[in-house]
Write a protein that binds this ligand. Structure first.
Ligand code: ADP
Ligand code: MG
Length: 412
Protein backbone atom coordinates (compact mmCIF):
# COMPACT_ATOMS: atom_id res chain seq x y z
CA UNK A 1 0.00 0.00 0.00
CA UNK A 2 1.00 3.62 -0.26
CA UNK A 3 2.01 5.16 -3.53
CA UNK A 4 5.38 3.84 -4.58
CA UNK A 5 7.69 6.70 -5.37
CA UNK A 6 11.00 5.23 -6.39
CA UNK A 7 13.57 2.68 -5.44
CA UNK A 8 17.01 3.28 -3.98
CA UNK A 9 19.94 3.25 -6.44
CA UNK A 10 22.52 0.42 -6.39
CA UNK A 11 24.94 0.60 -4.83
CA UNK A 12 23.30 2.93 -2.33
CA UNK A 13 24.77 4.89 0.56
CA UNK A 14 23.05 4.93 3.90
CA UNK A 15 23.75 6.73 7.11
CA UNK A 16 22.84 4.13 9.75
CA UNK A 17 22.23 5.30 13.33
CA UNK A 18 22.36 2.53 15.91
CA UNK A 19 21.23 3.21 19.49
CA UNK A 20 23.22 0.71 21.58
CA UNK A 21 20.93 1.31 24.58
CA UNK A 22 17.69 0.59 22.73
CA UNK A 23 15.50 -2.32 23.78
CA UNK A 24 17.39 -4.84 25.88
CA UNK A 25 20.67 -3.11 25.01
CA UNK A 26 21.64 -5.60 22.30
CA UNK A 27 21.36 -3.45 19.19
CA UNK A 28 25.03 -3.70 18.27
CA UNK A 29 25.12 -7.48 18.43
CA UNK A 30 21.83 -7.62 16.50
CA UNK A 31 23.49 -5.45 13.87
CA UNK A 32 26.53 -7.77 13.75
CA UNK A 33 24.46 -10.94 13.63
CA UNK A 34 21.73 -9.96 11.19
CA UNK A 35 22.23 -6.71 9.35
CA UNK A 36 25.87 -6.16 8.42
CA UNK A 37 26.19 -9.12 6.05
CA UNK A 38 22.73 -8.66 4.61
CA UNK A 39 23.57 -5.07 3.66
CA UNK A 40 26.97 -5.98 2.23
CA UNK A 41 25.49 -8.71 0.04
CA UNK A 42 22.76 -6.36 -1.21
CA UNK A 43 25.20 -3.59 -2.16
CA UNK A 44 23.98 -1.32 0.60
CA UNK A 45 26.99 0.76 1.63
CA UNK A 46 26.46 2.19 5.07
CA UNK A 47 28.24 4.44 7.49
CA UNK A 48 27.56 3.32 11.03
CA UNK A 49 26.95 5.98 13.66
CA UNK A 50 26.55 4.68 17.19
CA UNK A 51 24.43 7.20 19.09
CA UNK A 52 25.99 8.32 22.35
CA UNK A 53 23.14 10.21 23.97
CA UNK A 54 19.72 11.65 23.49
CA UNK A 55 19.50 14.13 20.58
CA UNK A 56 22.79 12.94 19.08
CA UNK A 57 21.03 11.67 15.93
CA UNK A 58 18.86 14.78 15.78
CA UNK A 59 21.93 17.05 15.75
CA UNK A 60 23.76 14.92 13.18
CA UNK A 61 20.77 15.03 10.86
CA UNK A 62 20.28 18.76 11.33
CA UNK A 63 23.87 19.45 10.21
CA UNK A 64 24.38 16.68 7.64
CA UNK A 65 25.28 17.25 3.99
CA UNK A 66 22.24 15.31 2.82
CA UNK A 67 23.22 15.05 -0.84
CA UNK A 68 25.86 12.49 0.23
CA UNK A 69 23.21 10.04 1.36
CA UNK A 70 20.55 8.04 -0.42
CA UNK A 71 18.76 7.31 2.85
CA UNK A 72 18.93 7.77 6.61
CA UNK A 73 18.23 4.58 8.56
CA UNK A 74 17.84 4.10 12.28
CA UNK A 75 18.31 0.91 14.24
CA UNK A 76 16.59 1.44 17.59
CA UNK A 77 12.98 1.86 18.68
CA UNK A 78 10.56 4.52 17.48
CA UNK A 79 12.17 7.21 19.65
CA UNK A 80 15.25 7.54 17.48
CA UNK A 81 13.26 8.00 14.26
CA UNK A 82 11.28 10.71 16.04
CA UNK A 83 14.60 12.55 16.56
CA UNK A 84 15.66 12.14 12.94
CA UNK A 85 12.37 13.42 11.52
CA UNK A 86 12.40 16.44 13.81
CA UNK A 87 16.05 17.11 12.96
CA UNK A 88 15.16 17.18 9.25
CA UNK A 89 12.21 19.51 9.75
CA UNK A 90 14.25 21.94 11.86
CA UNK A 91 16.58 22.63 8.92
CA UNK A 92 16.23 25.81 6.87
CA UNK A 93 16.03 23.52 3.80
CA UNK A 94 13.38 21.32 5.49
CA UNK A 95 11.30 21.08 2.34
CA UNK A 96 14.09 19.30 0.49
CA UNK A 97 15.48 17.54 3.59
CA UNK A 98 12.25 15.77 4.51
CA UNK A 99 12.26 14.12 1.07
CA UNK A 100 15.27 12.05 2.11
CA UNK A 101 14.15 8.40 2.27
CA UNK A 102 14.13 7.07 5.84
CA UNK A 103 14.35 3.50 7.03
CA UNK A 104 13.80 1.64 10.28
CA UNK A 105 15.38 -1.49 11.73
CA UNK A 106 13.69 -2.55 14.98
CA UNK A 107 15.96 -3.12 17.96
CA UNK A 108 14.02 -1.14 20.56
CA UNK A 109 11.31 -2.05 23.00
CA UNK A 110 8.76 0.05 21.09
CA UNK A 111 8.96 -0.94 17.42
CA UNK A 112 5.56 0.16 16.23
CA UNK A 113 6.55 1.67 12.88
CA UNK A 114 8.59 -1.40 11.94
CA UNK A 115 5.60 -3.60 12.83
CA UNK A 116 3.33 -1.34 10.74
CA UNK A 117 5.61 -1.47 7.69
CA UNK A 118 5.84 -5.25 8.03
CA UNK A 119 2.02 -5.44 8.28
CA UNK A 120 1.50 -3.29 5.16
CA UNK A 121 3.76 -5.64 3.23
CA UNK A 122 1.03 -8.25 3.70
CA UNK A 123 2.91 -11.03 5.46
CA UNK A 124 1.90 -12.66 8.79
CA UNK A 125 2.77 -10.85 12.03
CA UNK A 126 6.17 -11.62 13.55
CA UNK A 127 8.07 -10.09 16.45
CA UNK A 128 11.59 -9.42 17.75
CA UNK A 129 14.46 -10.82 15.66
CA UNK A 130 12.16 -12.13 12.92
CA UNK A 131 10.73 -8.63 12.57
CA UNK A 132 14.25 -7.21 12.39
CA UNK A 133 15.26 -9.62 9.61
CA UNK A 134 12.05 -8.91 7.70
CA UNK A 135 12.64 -5.15 7.93
CA UNK A 136 16.26 -5.72 6.83
CA UNK A 137 15.00 -7.40 3.66
CA UNK A 138 12.51 -4.61 2.99
CA UNK A 139 15.35 -2.08 3.32
CA UNK A 140 17.49 -4.05 0.87
CA UNK A 141 14.59 -4.06 -1.60
CA UNK A 142 14.67 -0.28 -1.21
CA UNK A 143 11.19 0.71 -2.35
CA UNK A 144 10.30 4.21 -1.19
CA UNK A 145 6.77 5.43 -0.37
CA UNK A 146 5.24 8.57 1.05
CA UNK A 147 4.54 8.63 4.78
CA UNK A 148 2.12 10.87 6.67
CA UNK A 149 3.56 13.14 9.35
CA UNK A 150 1.63 15.06 11.97
CA UNK A 151 2.42 18.54 13.22
CA UNK A 152 1.82 19.11 16.95
CA UNK A 153 1.54 22.34 18.91
CA UNK A 154 2.20 22.43 22.63
CA UNK A 155 0.99 25.09 25.05
CA UNK A 156 4.55 26.43 25.41
CA UNK A 157 4.33 27.45 21.75
CA UNK A 158 6.73 24.71 20.65
CA UNK A 159 5.94 22.71 17.58
CA UNK A 160 7.13 19.19 16.85
CA UNK A 161 6.46 16.46 14.32
CA UNK A 162 5.24 12.97 14.91
CA UNK A 163 5.05 9.91 12.64
CA UNK A 164 3.24 7.40 14.83
CA UNK A 165 1.06 8.35 17.76
CA UNK A 166 -0.20 10.86 20.28
CA UNK A 167 -1.42 9.34 23.55
CA UNK A 168 -3.04 10.61 26.74
CA UNK A 169 -4.47 8.69 29.67
CA UNK A 170 -4.13 4.94 30.00
CA UNK A 171 -1.84 4.33 27.01
CA UNK A 172 0.52 7.22 27.82
CA UNK A 173 0.77 6.10 31.45
CA UNK A 174 1.60 2.54 30.39
CA UNK A 175 4.19 3.83 27.94
CA UNK A 176 6.05 5.67 30.67
CA UNK A 177 5.52 3.33 33.62
CA UNK A 178 6.64 0.35 31.55
CA UNK A 179 10.09 1.91 31.02
CA UNK A 180 11.13 0.01 34.14
CA UNK A 181 10.28 -3.31 32.45
CA UNK A 182 12.37 -2.56 29.37
CA UNK A 183 14.62 -5.58 30.03
CA UNK A 184 11.51 -7.54 28.97
CA UNK A 185 11.76 -5.99 25.48
CA UNK A 186 8.45 -5.60 23.66
CA UNK A 187 6.64 -7.50 26.45
CA UNK A 188 7.02 -4.36 28.58
CA UNK A 189 3.71 -3.03 27.24
CA UNK A 190 1.82 -6.20 28.16
CA UNK A 191 3.21 -6.13 31.69
CA UNK A 192 2.58 -2.38 31.96
CA UNK A 193 -1.02 -2.76 30.76
CA UNK A 194 -1.79 -5.36 33.43
CA UNK A 195 -0.22 -3.23 36.16
CA UNK A 196 -2.12 -0.10 35.06
CA UNK A 197 -5.43 -2.01 34.86
CA UNK A 198 -5.16 -2.69 38.57
CA UNK A 199 -5.15 1.05 39.27
CA UNK A 200 -7.45 2.15 36.47
CA UNK A 201 -8.41 5.83 36.67
CA UNK A 202 -10.33 8.54 34.86
CA UNK A 203 -8.75 11.46 33.03
CA UNK A 204 -10.69 14.70 32.67
CA UNK A 205 -10.36 16.86 29.61
CA UNK A 206 -11.91 18.30 26.46
CA UNK A 207 -11.40 16.72 23.08
CA UNK A 208 -12.35 18.17 19.70
CA UNK A 209 -11.54 17.16 16.15
CA UNK A 210 -11.97 18.05 12.50
CA UNK A 211 -13.38 14.97 10.74
CA UNK A 212 -11.56 13.67 7.67
CA UNK A 213 -13.49 15.00 4.72
CA UNK A 214 -14.97 12.66 2.16
CA UNK A 215 -13.58 14.52 -0.79
CA UNK A 216 -10.04 14.86 0.46
CA UNK A 217 -9.25 11.29 1.37
CA UNK A 218 -7.29 9.28 -1.17
CA UNK A 219 -8.96 6.04 -0.18
CA UNK A 220 -12.68 5.88 -0.70
CA UNK A 221 -13.07 2.40 0.72
CA UNK A 222 -11.58 3.68 3.93
CA UNK A 223 -14.22 6.37 4.17
CA UNK A 224 -17.00 3.89 3.49
CA UNK A 225 -15.58 1.86 6.35
CA UNK A 226 -15.86 4.88 8.60
CA UNK A 227 -19.51 5.37 7.71
CA UNK A 228 -20.28 1.71 8.28
CA UNK A 229 -19.11 2.08 11.84
CA UNK A 230 -22.19 3.98 12.82
CA UNK A 231 -24.28 1.02 13.91
CA UNK A 232 -27.61 2.69 14.49
CA UNK A 233 -27.60 5.72 12.26
CA UNK A 234 -31.32 6.62 12.40
CA UNK A 235 -31.32 7.51 16.09
CA UNK A 236 -27.90 9.08 16.35
CA UNK A 237 -28.16 11.14 13.22
CA UNK A 238 -30.89 13.12 14.89
CA UNK A 239 -29.31 16.06 16.66
CA UNK A 240 -30.62 16.30 20.19
CA UNK A 241 -31.18 19.88 21.13
CA UNK A 242 -32.02 19.39 24.80
CA UNK A 243 -29.58 16.68 25.86
CA UNK A 244 -25.96 17.75 25.66
CA UNK A 245 -24.74 14.23 26.35
CA UNK A 246 -25.89 11.58 23.89
CA UNK A 247 -27.01 8.51 25.78
CA UNK A 248 -24.21 6.02 25.40
CA UNK A 249 -26.41 3.04 24.70
CA UNK A 250 -28.04 4.71 21.71
CA UNK A 251 -24.79 5.60 20.05
CA UNK A 252 -22.01 3.10 20.43
CA UNK A 253 -19.43 4.32 18.02
CA UNK A 254 -18.16 6.85 15.53
CA UNK A 255 -21.62 8.34 15.22
CA UNK A 256 -21.09 10.23 18.47
CA UNK A 257 -19.83 12.95 16.23
CA UNK A 258 -23.25 13.42 14.70
CA UNK A 259 -24.93 14.65 17.80
CA UNK A 260 -21.92 16.31 19.32
CA UNK A 261 -21.93 20.00 19.93
CA UNK A 262 -20.44 22.05 17.16
CA UNK A 263 -17.90 24.54 18.32
CA UNK A 264 -18.20 28.27 18.23
CA UNK A 265 -17.53 29.84 14.88
CA UNK A 266 -14.50 32.08 14.86
CA UNK A 267 -15.60 35.56 14.01
CA UNK A 268 -14.52 37.15 10.78
CA UNK A 269 -12.15 35.61 8.27
CA UNK A 270 -10.38 32.27 8.30
CA UNK A 271 -8.58 31.60 11.58
CA UNK A 272 -5.15 33.07 12.07
CA UNK A 273 -2.55 30.36 11.46
CA UNK A 274 -0.69 29.02 14.47
CA UNK A 275 2.58 28.46 12.62
CA UNK A 276 3.41 31.44 10.51
CA UNK A 277 6.92 31.92 11.91
CA UNK A 278 7.95 28.30 12.53
CA UNK A 279 10.22 26.16 10.32
CA UNK A 280 8.51 23.26 8.57
CA UNK A 281 5.25 23.22 6.60
CA UNK A 282 2.55 25.69 7.69
CA UNK A 283 -0.53 24.29 9.41
CA UNK A 284 -3.62 25.47 7.60
CA UNK A 285 -6.29 23.90 9.83
CA UNK A 286 -5.15 24.97 13.30
CA UNK A 287 -5.80 28.35 14.88
CA UNK A 288 -3.45 29.29 17.74
CA UNK A 289 -3.96 27.00 20.72
CA UNK A 290 -5.59 29.70 22.85
CA UNK A 291 -8.09 30.66 20.14
CA UNK A 292 -11.51 29.06 19.61
CA UNK A 293 -11.88 26.39 16.95
CA UNK A 294 -13.74 26.90 13.66
CA UNK A 295 -17.35 25.77 13.41
CA UNK A 296 -16.70 22.66 11.34
CA UNK A 297 -14.87 21.04 14.28
CA UNK A 298 -16.68 18.55 16.48
CA UNK A 299 -16.52 18.73 20.26
CA UNK A 300 -16.72 15.34 21.99
CA UNK A 301 -19.54 15.67 24.52
CA UNK A 302 -17.90 13.48 27.18
CA UNK A 303 -15.21 14.99 29.40
CA UNK A 304 -14.29 11.87 31.40
CA UNK A 305 -11.94 9.55 29.57
CA UNK A 306 -9.89 6.44 30.14
CA UNK A 307 -7.70 7.11 27.14
CA UNK A 308 -7.20 9.12 23.99
CA UNK A 309 -5.03 7.66 21.29
CA UNK A 310 -4.33 9.24 17.91
CA UNK A 311 -2.59 6.83 15.54
CA UNK A 312 -1.25 7.52 12.06
CA UNK A 313 0.09 4.01 11.41
CA UNK A 314 -1.39 0.60 12.16
CA UNK A 315 0.60 -0.63 15.14
CA UNK A 316 0.89 0.77 18.65
CA UNK A 317 3.51 -1.86 19.51
CA UNK A 318 4.88 -4.98 17.80
CA UNK A 319 1.86 -6.99 18.94
CA UNK A 320 -0.80 -4.27 19.15
CA UNK A 321 -2.68 -3.67 15.90
CA UNK A 322 -4.52 -0.54 17.00
CA UNK A 323 -5.58 0.85 13.60
CA UNK A 324 -5.98 -2.12 11.22
CA UNK A 325 -7.06 -0.01 8.25
CA UNK A 326 -4.38 2.67 8.61
CA UNK A 327 -1.94 2.97 5.73
CA UNK A 328 1.43 4.71 5.44
CA UNK A 329 0.02 7.71 3.59
CA UNK A 330 -3.77 7.55 3.95
CA UNK A 331 -3.68 11.18 5.06
CA UNK A 332 -5.79 10.68 8.17
CA UNK A 333 -5.33 10.50 11.91
CA UNK A 334 -7.10 7.49 13.38
CA UNK A 335 -8.51 8.89 16.59
CA UNK A 336 -9.61 6.49 19.32
CA UNK A 337 -10.98 7.35 22.67
CA UNK A 338 -12.42 5.32 25.51
CA UNK A 339 -14.91 7.06 27.77
CA UNK A 340 -15.13 6.59 31.53
CA UNK A 341 -17.37 3.85 32.88
CA UNK A 342 -15.66 0.97 31.07
CA UNK A 343 -14.95 -1.95 33.40
CA UNK A 344 -11.48 -3.37 33.94
CA UNK A 345 -12.59 -6.56 32.25
CA UNK A 346 -13.90 -4.76 29.19
CA UNK A 347 -10.70 -2.73 28.88
CA UNK A 348 -8.59 -5.86 29.21
CA UNK A 349 -10.71 -7.51 26.51
CA UNK A 350 -10.06 -4.52 24.24
CA UNK A 351 -6.29 -4.80 24.63
CA UNK A 352 -6.35 -8.58 24.16
CA UNK A 353 -8.45 -8.14 21.00
CA UNK A 354 -5.99 -5.50 19.79
CA UNK A 355 -3.33 -8.18 19.36
CA UNK A 356 -5.34 -9.35 16.35
CA UNK A 357 -6.79 -5.93 15.54
CA UNK A 358 -10.35 -7.07 16.34
CA UNK A 359 -11.05 -4.60 19.18
CA UNK A 360 -13.32 -2.54 16.93
CA UNK A 361 -15.58 -5.57 16.51
CA UNK A 362 -15.97 -6.21 20.24
CA UNK A 363 -19.06 -3.98 20.41
CA UNK A 364 -17.60 -1.99 23.27
CA UNK A 365 -19.91 0.96 23.96
CA UNK A 366 -17.09 3.02 25.40
CA UNK A 367 -14.68 2.81 22.47
CA UNK A 368 -15.00 5.40 19.73
CA UNK A 369 -12.97 5.43 16.50
CA UNK A 370 -13.11 8.34 14.10
CA UNK A 371 -10.90 9.42 11.22
CA UNK A 372 -9.83 13.04 11.51
CA UNK A 373 -7.54 15.63 9.90
CA UNK A 374 -6.86 17.57 13.06
CA UNK A 375 -7.61 17.43 16.78
CA UNK A 376 -7.22 19.41 19.98
CA UNK A 377 -6.98 18.06 23.51
CA UNK A 378 -7.28 20.20 26.62
CA UNK A 379 -6.54 18.08 29.68
CA UNK A 380 -8.02 19.19 33.00
CA UNK A 381 -5.75 20.82 35.54
CA UNK A 382 -3.16 18.78 37.40
CA UNK A 383 -0.31 16.52 36.45
CA UNK A 384 -0.42 13.90 33.77
CA UNK A 385 1.38 12.29 30.88
CA UNK A 386 1.17 12.89 27.15
CA UNK A 387 3.39 10.90 24.81
CA UNK A 388 4.28 11.56 21.20
CA UNK A 389 5.72 8.58 19.30
CA UNK A 390 6.20 6.98 22.73
CA UNK A 391 8.25 9.91 24.10
CA UNK A 392 6.99 12.20 26.88
CA UNK A 393 6.19 15.81 25.95
CA UNK A 394 5.14 18.69 28.21
CA UNK A 395 1.73 18.22 29.77
CA UNK A 396 -1.05 20.60 28.77
CA UNK A 397 -3.19 21.58 25.82
CA UNK A 398 -2.03 20.10 22.54
CA UNK A 399 -3.31 20.16 18.97
CA UNK A 400 -2.43 18.21 15.84
CA UNK A 401 -2.78 18.43 12.08
CA UNK A 402 -1.89 15.69 9.59
CA UNK A 403 0.39 16.44 6.63
CA UNK A 404 -0.44 13.63 4.24
CA UNK A 405 2.59 12.06 2.58
CA UNK A 406 5.07 14.68 3.82
CA UNK A 407 7.81 12.15 4.68
CA UNK A 408 9.36 9.24 2.76
CA UNK A 409 9.94 5.77 4.08
CA UNK A 410 11.61 2.68 2.65
CA UNK A 411 8.75 0.28 3.07
CA UNK A 412 8.95 -2.47 0.46
P1 ADP B 1 13.38 2.05 22.84
O1 ADP B 1 12.20 1.55 22.06
O2 ADP B 1 14.21 0.94 23.33
O3 ADP B 1 12.96 3.00 23.90
P2 ADP B 1 14.15 4.34 21.29
O4 ADP B 1 14.60 4.39 19.88
O5 ADP B 1 12.79 4.80 21.57
O6 ADP B 1 14.31 2.84 21.82
O7 ADP B 1 15.24 5.13 22.14
C1 ADP B 1 14.94 5.73 23.34
C2 ADP B 1 15.76 7.00 23.52
O8 ADP B 1 17.14 6.72 23.65
C3 ADP B 1 15.66 7.98 22.38
O9 ADP B 1 14.93 9.09 22.83
C4 ADP B 1 17.09 8.39 22.08
O10 ADP B 1 17.23 9.77 22.05
C5 ADP B 1 17.87 7.90 23.26
N1 ADP B 1 19.26 7.54 22.98
C6 ADP B 1 19.90 7.40 21.81
N2 ADP B 1 21.18 6.98 21.99
C7 ADP B 1 21.37 6.85 23.32
C8 ADP B 1 22.46 6.46 24.16
N3 ADP B 1 23.63 6.09 23.65
N4 ADP B 1 22.25 6.42 25.48
C9 ADP B 1 21.07 6.75 26.01
N5 ADP B 1 19.99 7.14 25.29
C10 ADP B 1 20.13 7.19 23.97
MG1 MG C 1 11.02 4.46 22.77
Amino acid sequence: DGVLLSSLPRPCRLMLFVNPQSGKGQALSLYDNHIRRMFNEAGVIHTLIITERQNHARERVRDAELSQWDALVIMSGDGLLHEVINGLLERPDWEEAIRTPLGILPSGSGNALAASVHYYSGVPQVTSEELLVSCGFLLCKGLVSHMDLVSLHLSSGDRLFSFLSLAWGFVADVDVESEKYRHAGAARFTVGTLVRLASLRIYKGKLAYLPASWGRSKDNALQKGAAAFCRNPPSCLEPSSSAKQPSEDSCPNTCHSNNSLKLRRTEGKSPQSATKDLPGPPDTLLPPLDQPLPSDWVLVPEEDFVLMLAMYQSHLAEDLLAAPDARLDDGVIHLFYVTAGISRNALLRLFLAMEKGTHLQTNCQHLVHVKVQALRLEPGTGKGIITVDGEVVEYGAIQAEVHGGLGRLISG
